[in-house]
Write a protein that binds this ligand. Structure first.
Ligand code: NAD
Length: 368
């Protein structure tokens, strides 16, 4: 198969969808790999390294998209890239279509077969390609939140750990999956007073097993969240229903009950956000203040740590890339249910039930 890796165009996106070691693996299996010039620079990988591993480095994005059978990316195509989408193209990347209606429309209209990293799902519900990024973003969320608590950022000026004779800050984490559990470990490690909320008791038990009584676990419901928000200094949103829009768990009214200078880091912004007040921000302008609460809603947080994130992501994606390249998407999807669940659009149809329900613009068509 001819596999193309374009340079990412999303604001401040420094990750790249393949490493030189990945190129060697694909080449060893007889595939052709094209990389757009400069694609790896943000992650410290120069064109010469890709060339040395056997990739063809091409100058023009248009040529790369036109000649590739499968395009591997990190972030969803941006509007400037829609013109490259064409019938028969296989696209493998983070898509987050529930929050990207115009992209969904283009993928269907242009009959692209698109697999979302975030909906590749194993039998035990684990999301193996989202997990490495959630691990990175979950840890970063606590650092970002601690920074937003600075008085100069509009925060209330509380150090997460407190100090001798002074109480630590209260951190409330909503969602105890991969991102939430990693935030929990980081916040507890910094000495904050941590409460983590989930609707799945198994996830709360997992957090309790690894962190014990250092953190409080709480079953998710509206009353519990409302109560916890009132005295929290840092709230981290980390819920996910795969493929679907994030549930709105923080209403405008709940926000008004929060302390002035408290902080909301909404990791779930890539699926639309958990607060009515959440809207996407960028690494260049990461925050805004609404009703006295500092909002940090960057949808591609790991992009700020491209070295760690590129290697963590591509370690996870490569086995799936190989399987799809070797068998083709039809056979790979038929044999591997995780790949089948990754399919969002197929030849002009929306083939993921949760994505179809979130979009409400195209009916769900079972892939088979
Ligand atoms: N902003 C970024 O840069 C960035 C990076 C990585 C991941 N993310 C996002 O972070 C979110 C979490 O990802 P993850 O990998 O941890 O997902 P996950 O599936 O591992 O965990 C999600 C958790 O949310 C819980 N949940 C669902 N509905 C809930 C509710 N109503 N109340 C409480 N808990 C609820 C689930 O039970 C689950 O434990 C996703 O939206 C993901 O896309 C964002």
């Amino acid at each position: 198969m001819i596999i193309g890796i374009p340079k990412e165009v999303k604001a401040d996106e420094n990750r790249v969808a393949i490493t030189p070691a990945g190129v060697v693996t694909l080449r060893d299996r007889g595939h052709t790999v094209m990389v757009e010039t400069g694609a790896g620079l943000g992650s410290g990988i120069e064109d010469t390294k890709y060339r040395a591993s056997g990739a063809r480095v091409v100058k023009s994005a248009a040529e790369l998209w036109a000649r590739s059978e499968m395009v591997l990316k990190v972030k969803e195509p941006r509007p400037s890239e829609y013109r490259h989408l064409r019938p028969g193209l296989l696209l493998f990347t983070f898509l987050h279509l529930a929050a990207e209606r115009s992209l969904a429309r283009e993928l269907v209209r242009r009959r692209v077969t698109a697999l979302g990293y975030e909906t590749i799902q194993l039998e035990d519900h684990v999301l193996p390609l989202l997990a490495p990024m959630s691990e990175v973003a979950g840890r970063m969320a606590v650092l970002a939140g601690a920074w937003c608590l600075h008085a100069a950022m509009g925060g209330c000026g509380m150090l997460l750990s407190g100090a001798t004779g002074v109480k630590p800050a209260k951190v409330v984490i909503i969602g105890a999956g991969i991102a939430g559990a990693n935030s929990c470990q980081a916040a507890a490690g910094m000495g904050a007073d941590v409460t983590i909320v989930d609707r799945d008791p198994a996830r709360l038990r997992y957090v309790h097993d690894i962190l014990g009584s250092r953190v409080a676990t709480l079953m998710s419901n509206r009353a519990a969240i409302e109560q916890e928000l009132k005295d929290a200094q840092l709230v981290i949103g980390a819920v996910l229903i795969p493929g679907a829009r994030a549930p709105r768990l923080i209403s405008e009214q709940m926000l008004t009950s929060m302390q002035r200078g408290s902080v909301l880091v909404d990791l779930s912004i890539d699926q639309g956000g958990i607060a009515e007040s959440s809207r996407p921000t960028t690494h260049h302008r990461p925050t805004y203040v609404h009703r006295g609460v500092v909002h940090y809603c960057v949808a591609n947080m790991p992009a700020a740590m491209p070295h760690t994130a590129t290697y963590a992501l591509t370690n996870a994606t490569l086995p799936y890339v190989l399987e799809i390249a070797e068998r083709g998407v039809l056979e790979a999807g038929a044999r591997n249910p995780a790949i089948r669940r990754g399919l969002n659009t197929f030849e002009g149809h929306v083939v993921h039930p949760a994505v179809a329900e979130a979009l409400r613009t195209h009916p769900y068509s079972p892939w088979d």
